[in-house]
Each structure stands twice: as structure tokens, then as C-alpha cells.
Ligand binder design. Structure first.
Ligand code: ARG
Length: 469
């Protein structure tokens, strides 16, 4: 849809100007209008109006001729908007009044009857819910696409060994696939949160009118069915003033971005020559205008940066709502820009990550070397001693002394001879070296959710199945 800047010079009277003795000041007009940004709701506004008009005819509040006129007018308006011909006017304040005014020009009295039993307060609340429901459906698919990219990469790396870190210190060997699957889990929870938020987004406020309901014999359930809502909101004051659903969505979105940001941070670290664990394709990097050797991970860096702004939008909406008395207040007009920006930022970020994660070159040798150098199998030697009957705390102490000796000797635990190892515990025998290898360590972690290749392959298969359901 094209969204030209609204015309600022229109001079028509305001639709609501009847009770005012002087015209509204230009500065106030600019300050209070929202058409610059809420024209984005136009298609949803028309969808809502069509359902409302249908209900008005169904209940006999307008004639079928009026309904036909309204449908014809709204269809033309939709055409004009899609082709960029619709003239948005600052004077008409917002998307709702712009469309209503045009409808009245096109079809006369039928257009003037459309607003029967409706207020912009329940109208705008309906529009945002329709917008957000569509956005959530799209974002659910995009989250799934990121998961698919991760799953495809993970399935190639169940045996690729890297150091697992705690405190960013080498801790225990894990597979790269296992590490990637941690993010698949995070995004699965994100999908759950989005689906859960959708349930509360999908309630119809229309019919609450300005705040108190209406005396017309309307049929709200009829409109809800028509628009695909799961039900109607049950209190008219709450219906027009509730923005919980937008806050919930932004909270879920901030968590998605937090997960993306954690992954971005790791990609940035791993791309640095100090790690050199992987590279993302040139298409996702940029160079430096002064340092010819540079290859910068701009995409993950920007994603990490944009996380701040999405979290900011959540704070903005919470703060917007905290002092508002019931019911509708003009403050609520401020909900749209943060919401739109959250949807856009999330959509763009997920799309680019789904692509980027399909263009990753893994340096398995460097990953393995980093795991090898960090005494990553020390716990495995302690576990070996526990299996020989030593209490874990004593085993921990014996291996700690062995690590210190290896460190002094400048070698790895696995490079100490059997005799050297036996100085730390006579329980160590020739089979101990097997538990010191990275592969042995990895394969031994077979607990549910562990990093053993057999478990991770199961996890990948289960996640793929989940994607299909
Ligand atoms: N543009 C307004 C908004 O976004 C529409 C509702 C206006 N209602 C009112 N009573 N002024 O919130």
C-alpha cells in the first residue's frame, strides 16, 4: 500500500466541529492529528467498517440499500488507497475520519449512517487488534523460519565439538548443534508467548461505543464472527481503554529481540579472529572505509542495537498506560508508533536472521582446538574417579591438582602420562584416558537434554516434528 504524506492544506470543517465557536489552531491540528502514522491501519479500518455496516443492516438499523452503498464506497476507497490516489488530509485528523469523510462524499447519507452505534474509541481499538493479529500471524511464521535455519545448521554439527562456556570460561565440551538447539528452544517459547498473546488480542471491542455501550439493538457476536474474533470484550469501559494486549505483545517482542541479541553477541565474538569459530557470508558483512582488512558483522551488531529500541517501546507503552483513568484518553493515540515500530523491527530482524543463518561457514578445527586447550574434560576425569568409588568432592580436589600440574607443565590433561596422573589418585588406571578425550566426554552426556550426539539428534528430530504440527 502506498502511504503518501497527508495534505496539510485542506480547509474542510472538522466532522466534530459543530459545538466550537472558533476553528482549531493550526499548531493544535498538527499536534493532535494521527493520520501521518495511523493511515497504516486503513485496510483494517475498512474491514472493521464493513463488518459494522453488515451488522447494522442485519439488525435493521440501516437499509440494505445503505449497506450496498457503503460497500461500494469502501471498495472504491480501498482501491484509491492501494493505488496511492487517496488524498489523506491533516484536517480530517486520523485514518477513521479521513475514510468516513471520503465515504460520505462518495455515497452521501449512507456514509453518514455508518457511524451509528459506534465511536472512534471502539473503532480504533478494533483496528489495532486486527492489525496486531495479522502481525502476530506473520511473526509466528518468521520465528519458525529462524528455527528452520537453526535446525538445518544444527543437523550438520551434532559431532562438531566446541567449548561450552560458563562465565565465558571454557567449561565442558558441547556440540555446536547442541548450542544452536538452545536458541531453537528460546524461539519456541517465543512462539508460545506470541500465540498466547494472540488469544487476548483476538477479542472484539467494537460495540462498546464511546465508553458506555449503546442503546441501539446491535449484535456484537455477529460482528465478532464476521471479523474472526474469538469473542467480545465484556466491559465497555475496559474495551475502549484496554491496551494490555499491545503491552503483552511488546513484552513478547522484547524477549524475542533479547534472544536474537544474545545470539548476535555470540556471532560477533565467534567472528573475531580471537575465536574464529565461524564466519557469516560476505553478503551480511560490511567493510571499513579506512581499514582495508576489516570485515564487520554489522547485521548482528545492529540487531543487538535494535533490541534496545524494542525494549524501549515496551517501557513506553507501560508508562503510557500507568496513569490513565478510565476510559479512553487521547494519550492512547501514542500507542501506535511504538507498536508499528516493534512489529517492523521484529519482522526485519527475523527475516534477515533466517537468511544469515543459512550462510554460515563453521571452522570446526578452531572450535575443537579451543575446547582442547581449556581443560574442558576435567569434570569427566572427576566423574571417572567417582565411578571408581571416590566421593565427588575428593575427586574434584584430585583433578584440580592434576589441572594445576598440567598448567605448570604447559600441557593438556590428556597429555599427562598415566604415572603422572596416578600421583593425584591411585584409582586412575589406563582406561582413564578414554574419558579425557573430547569425543568421549561428549558421548557420555546422555541425560535428557544433554549434549551427547544421540540426544541432540533426537532433539533435532523432535523440533522438526513440532514445526510440522
Ligand atoms: N486517533 C485516535 C486514536 O488513535 C482515534 C480515537 C479518537 N477518539 C477520541 N475520542 N478523540 O486514539
Amino acid at each position: 500500500m502506498q502511504t503518501p504524506a497527508p495534505n496539510q492544506t485542506g480547509s474542510a470543517d472538522k466532522i466534530w466541529s459543530g459545538r466550537f465557536s472558533v476553528p482549531i489552531a493550526d499548531s493544535v491540528k498538527r499536534y493532535t492529528s494521527s493520520v501521518f502514522f495511523d493511515l497504516r491501519l486503513a485496510e483494517f479500518d475498512i474491514q472493521g467498517s464493513l463488518a459494522h455496516a453488515g451488522m447494522l443492516a442485519h439488525t435493521g438499523l440501516i437499509s440494505t440499500t445503505d449497506l450496498a452503498d457503503i460497500r461500494r464506497g469502501l471498495a472504491q476507497i480501498l482501491d484509491e488507497i492501494r493505488s496511492g490516489k487517496f488524498e489523506w488530509k491533516l484536517d480530517d485528523e486520523d485514518v477513521h475520519l479521513n475514510i468516513e469523510r471520503r465515504l460520505t462524499v462518495l455515497v452521501g447519507d449512507a456514509g453518514k449512517r455508518l457511524h451509528t452505534a459506534r465511536s472512534r474509541n471502539d473503532q480504533v481499538a478494533t483496528d489495532i487488534r486486527l492489525f496486531l493479529r495479522a502481525a502476530v500471524d506473520q511473526l509466528l511464521g518468521q520465528l519458525g523460519a529462524v528455527q528452520d535455519s537453526l535446525l538445518d545448521l544444527a543437523s550438520q554439527h551434532t559431532e562438531t565439538i566446541m567449548p561450552g562456556f560458563t562465565h565465558l570460561q571454557v567449561a565442558q565440551p558441547v556440540s555446536f548443534a547442541h548450542h544452536l538447539m538452545a536458541y531453537v528452544e528460546m524461539f519456541e517459547r517465543d512462539r508460545e508467548r506470541m500465540r498466547d498473546a494472540r488469544r487476548r488480542i483476538n477479542r472484539l471491542p467494537l460495540g462498546a461505543a464511546a465508553l458506555a455501550g449503546t442503546g441501539y439493538p446491535i449484535d456484537r457476536e455477529w460482528v465478532a464472527r464476521e471479523l474472526g474474533f474469538d469473542g467480545v470484550s465484556l466491559n465497555s469501559l475496559d474495551a475502549v481503554s484496554d491496551r494490555d494486549f499491545a503491552i503483552e505483545f511488546c513484552a513478547a517482542a522484547a524477549l524475542v529481540m533479547t534472544h536474537i541479541s544474545r545470539m548476535a553477541e555470540e556471532i560477533i565474538l565467534w567472528m573475531s579472529p580471537r575465536y574464529a569459530f565461524l564466519q557469516v557470508g560476505d553478503a551480511f558483512c560490511t567493510g571499513s572505509s579506512i581499514m582495508p582488512q576489516k570485515r564487520n558483522p554489522d547485521v548482528p551488531e545492529l540487531a543487538r542495537g535494535k533490541t534496545g529500541r524494542v525494549t524501549g517501546h515496551l517501557m513506553g507503552l507501560l508508562t503510557l498506560m500507568k496513569g490513565q483513568p478510565l476510559a479512553y484518553n487521547k494519550d492512547n493515540q501514542e500507542d501506535k508508533e511504538p507498536l508499528f515500530d516493534t512489529v517492523d523491527t521484529l519482522g526485519d530482524t527475523l527475516a534477515i536472521f533466517a537468511e544469515m543463518l543459512r550462510d554460515v561457514t563453521v571452522n570446526a578445527a578452531n572450535m575443537r582446538e579451543a575446547a582442547r586447550q581449556g581443560f574442558a574434560t576435567a569434570t569427566d576425569l572427576a566423574d571417572y574417579l567417582v565411578r571408581k568409588g571416590l566421593p565427588f568432592r575428593d575427586a574434584h580436589e584430585a583433578v584440580a591438582r592434576a589441572v594445576r600440574a598440567a598448567e605448570l607443565a604447559g600441557c593438556e590433561l590428556s597429555e599427562l602420562s598415566l604415572d603422572q596422573l596416578r600421583e593425584f589418585s591411585p584409582l586412575i588406571e589406563s582406561d582413564a584416558h578414554a574419558s579425557l578425550t573430547l569425543e568421549g566426554s561428549l558421548a557420555s552426556r546422555t541425560s535428557l537434554g544433554g549434549t551427547a550426539p544421540v540426544r541432540v539428534r533426537e532433539a533435532i528430530a523432535a523440533a522438526r516434528l513440532r514445526r510440522q504440527s
